[in-house]
Ligand binder design. Sequence first.
Ligand code: HEC
Length: 149
Amino acid sequence: MNILHPKRSRTGVALRRGLAASCWCAFLLAVTVLVFARRAAPAQQSSPTPGMDNASSGNAENGKKIFVSDGCYECHGREGQGSTATGGTRIGPPQIPLEGFVSYVRQPALRMPPYTTKAMPDKDLADIYAFLKTIPLPPQGKDIPLLNK
Ligand code: HEC
């Protein structure tokens, strides 16, 4: 009994350490899930302004002006082509629906600064979206004649 005891307790300590570590992991996981859930929630709740649900309601010409005057181009390039220098992604043509586009600009996830409805009304964003829709996707290698000689 006396001989076995230290061995047993060592196993006990190891077991308890193991349990503590997995509790810690579970706790970290829960925190991560909560943080992401809270971030995702407002984007899902936001409802689009009536009349703003299709891109054709935006004025592309006006959108092009605002895209430059209000600084989107500084990080995303004049054609929304993106920039490795600023980390601004390619947004022309947009690959996400208008609703998601607007909610991203209101609450960016990473480095982009947020634009409030005061600074950039929904209507202006619909115009910018319409402008970005007019930009063609870059051609694929197989569609460039020079590369297929
Ligand atoms: C200061 C630089 C900066 C400015 C100005 C800026 N953006 Fe961004 N934007 C970013 C960066 C960087 C990202 C990549 C994700 C991130 O870091 O938030 C991004 C991501 C986005 C996305 C998400 C793209 C995707 O991959 O789905 C949209 C939409 C967007 N920007 C629209 C705009 C619009 C519209 C404007 C002008 C009203 C604007 N941005 C102005 C830096 C900027």
